[in-house]
Design a protein around this ligand. Structure first.
Ligand code: FES
Length: 116
């Protein structure tokens, strides 16, 4: 069974922003939208460009390299040139800390956990 790994404090990711953290040799983007957190791999599925620092608009993150747009909730590529979805990770908040399971989740359900 894969356990959750401590990644950062809730305050480390301001609402409407994202930050990358190295978790078990995988660069993972933690997004905070309101009180909710999402975790996606920090690697555009088009040409492996890091997504950190890409423009974040609502529930979308845009790759700085060629403009692919991904849904933060599902990881799906919604505007090309990327086609494949981003890997998603289960995320939770415990006692003010953001924790991630460092194994990509399957399926299409969003992995969202509220702070508190
Ligand atoms: S590397 Fe991200 S869109 Fe091309």
């Amino acid at each position: 069974m894969t356990v959750y790994v401590d990644v950062c404090a809730v305050e480390d990711v301001p609402s409407g922003k994202h930050r990358a953290f190295l978790v078990d040799d995988t660069s993972i983007l933690i997004f905070r939208i309101g009180a909710e957190f999402y975790a996606l791999e920090n690697r555009c599925t088009h040409l492996d460009f890091p997504l950190e620092g890409g423009r974040q608009i609502g529930m979308n993150i845009i790759c700085r390299k060629h403009g692919a747009r991904f849904d933060i909730c599902t990881g799906k590529a919604i505007v090309g040139p990327a086609v494949d979805p981003l890997r998603r990770f289960s995320v939770r908040v415990r006692e003010g800390r953001v924790e991630v399971k460092p194994v990509a989740e399957q399926g299409s359900n969003p992995f969202v956990r509220q702070a508190g």
